[in-house]
Write a protein that binds this ligand. Structure first.
Ligand code: ADP
Ligand code: MG
Length: 320
């Protein structure tokens, strides 16, 4: 079936009723318009996923729809913002109705779960890429920032580390593993939205892990003017990642692989119990080390403590 640009938008992307009263104009005009209550503060973010850079061209489009929104909701979560609106810019090599239907299903399933309203976007022809903007409302007086970590505080992460990185290795045929967990983490990451909102009362600094723990924790440490010691034995690893590390000896994967979209934060240890109660046990979090006054990242493992580079995936850095 032939589809013009607006027919695609109508068929696949105009699906939601207005869910937030502040949405004055949604999809269909030159701009969306929001009418915000006076004191509200909006957090805005955008992320692009490019075929063959961020995802394999044969990825399940439903999973791609989910992930393109999820990575943006993860950024909002990292600052403690509650998601409300999104814009979606799609560049497509061709109009494939089945592909678009699946993509939209994945996108809107996640959007519905967090009551995110799609209010606009753009649709163009070209090499496949997906850009999403997300807007959220800051709940607490202070958004969580990348600075604010203080010596003596604990360093924490949600969920598991390195799973998405292992998923990529499995997808590329570099490792064989029957457990679907790593590929699920790579392709259907769960943004820590509720956790981020609850966390903002307790954390001194927070970031979401998109480029690997060492790089992203590195941002917190540099921006806070502090350093850290991280204990390898305390890193939360899924059974699949544990098995991979045992077989390969690749102890760096959990520290350097990107795409996990877990939160990494610093917090005074006395808040651990209150945070556990506030988040209600749904999302586990683990203390992996402590903030120190001396700059730099140190990794202790098997009784030895060594400097560890605060590097991860960098599109314009040296390629591995
Ligand atoms: P313009 O040419 O003025 O930028 P478009 O014709 O590109 O407008 O888009 C028409 C309307 O559809 C706009 O409201 C735009 O925000 C929306 N839109 C376009 N593409 C998408 C998309 N992929 N998802 C959601 N809304 C979209
Ligand atoms: Mg346009």
């Amino acid at each position: 079936m032939a589809h013009g640009e607006f027919a695609i938008i109508e068929r696949f992307f105009i699906r939601q009723p207005i869910v937030h009263p502040a949405t004055e104009i949604g999809i269909g005009d030159d701009c969306a318009v929001l009418h915000l209550p006076k004191s509200s503060r909006i957090a805005l973010t955008t992320d692009t996923l490019v075929s063959e850079v961020h995802f394999l061209p044969d990825v399940d489009p439903r999973r791609l729809g989910h992930k393109s929104l999820a990575v943006n909701l993860s950024d909002l979560a990292a600052m403690g913002a509650a998601p409300r609106w999104a814009l979606l810019s799609l560049t497509l090599p061709e109009v494939d109705a089945n592909w678009l239907e699946s993509f939209a299903t994945g996108f809107f399933r996640l959007a519905e779960r967090y009551r995110v309203q799609l209010i606009g976007g753009d649709t163009t022809r070209g090499p496949l890429s997906v850009t999403v903007q997300a807007l959220g409302v800051l709940a607490s007086a202070q958004p969580m920032r990348r600075f604010g970590a203080r010596p003596g505080e604990g360093i924490y992460v949600t969920g598991y580390l390195g799973s998405a990185g292992l998923g990529l290795k499995i997808r590329l045929g570099e490792f064989v593993c029957p457990d679907p967990e790593p590929i699920d983490r790579l392709e259907v990451p769960e943004p820590r939205v509720g956790f981020g909102a609850a966390l903002s009362r307790f954390a001194s600094a927070c970031i979401d892990i998109s480029d690997g723990l060492a790089a992203d924790l590195g941002h917190i440490l540099r921006d806070s003017g502090v350093g850290a010691e991280v204990h390898w034995e305390q890193l939360p690893l899924s059974p699949a990642v544990r098995h991979y590390v045992e077989i390969s000896g690749d102890v760096e994967l959990p520290l350097t692989a990107g795409d996990d979209y877990e939160l990494c934060f610093t917090m005074a240890r006395q808040h651990e119990e209150s945070l556990r109660q506030a988040v209600g046990g749904g999302v586990p979090f683990t203390r992996i080390g402590s903030v120190e006054a001396r700059p730099g990242l140190r990794l202790s493992r098997a009784g030895k403590c060594e400097d560890f580079p605060m590097r991860g995936y960098d599109h314009f850095g040296p390629q591995p």
